[in-house]
Design a protein around this ligand. Structure first.
Ligand SMILES: Cc1ncc(CN)c(N)n1
Length: 235
């Protein structure tokens, strides 16, 4: 079994939970409230800027020219293709450039972007690289599932088409191959850290959608402690 297949097996439950999330179910049905999608798109445009920075930093740490080009190319696509899509939705929903800039990044978005930048900046190339994989892989899985279920005339069709597309699938495949090559050249200890950083990033994907669905900002100091807290896991 390849390293990325092991990652897939080890996170099967969480990935299924992501596929079953109300955000994704309602998106497929076309019933996701517009204000929820609007809030998500604004946060996600902020996320994509951070994600592209993390990809560019990973490109700078890559061990060979092919990997530099691949990761730098993915950084450009995250801005030009995905953020371009978000720009179209923002125009449609009347989000001005000023409103976008003035919108504070949510706790979930800030946490995810900070995690990616930290993993890429401070850990081995292999570990930072693996933290970036769920951003490709999970979105494609979700996009494909929703594309198969989406009702005709779905108002979120352009989003669905982007993530279910052959072009996006190609980026996922190249990332899987790069990670399998990197894992094969890494020590057992590094591979164990790669597994943890992948699992944590999958959790961040879940958290981002959960936060967007509930339109959460930041936890208030006087908020009730949440019963949903999970035990901490090592990163
Ligand atoms: C939070 C998140 N994760 C991943 C993707 C897909 N690059 C995205 N647009 N947003």
């Amino acid at each position: 079994m390849s390293f990325t297949q092991q990652l897939r097996r080890d996170t099967a439950q969480l990935r299924q939970q992501i596929l079953d999330m109300p955000f994704n179910r309602d998106l497929a049905a076309g019933t996701l409230p517009q204000e929820v999608f609007r809030g998500y798109i604004v946060q996600d445009a902020h996320y994509l800027e951070g994600f592209a920075r993390a990809l560019a930093m990973a490109a700078a740490k890559a061990p060979d020219a092919d990997a530099v080009a691949q990761l730098a190319g993915s950084a450009i696509k995250a801005i030009s293709v995905e953020r371009g899509l978000h720009g179209e939705y923002m125009a449609q929903f009347g989000v001005s450039a000023e409103e976008y800039e003035a919108t504070e990044i949510s706790e979930a978005c800030d946490h995810y972007v900070s995690f990616l930048l930290r993993m890429v900046a401070t850990d081995d190339f292999a570990v930072g690289l693996t933290a970036l994989l769920p951003c490709f892989w999970i979105y494609h899985e979700v996009g494909q599932k929703i594309a198969a279920e989406a009702v005709p005339g779905n108002r979120y069709q352009a989003w669905i088409d982007t993530y279910a597309s052959e072009d996006f699938a190609d980026g996922v495949q190249r990332m899987l191959e790069l990670i399998d090559r990197t894992a094969a050249a890494s020590s057992d200890a590094t591979r164990a850290r790669m597994q943890r950083s992948f699992a944590r990033s999958c959790w961040h994907e879940w958290h981002f959608w959960d936060s967007a669905y509930h339109m959460r900002g930041w936890l208030a100091p006087d908020a009730e402690p949440s019963a949903k807290r999970m035990p901490a896991i090592a990163e």
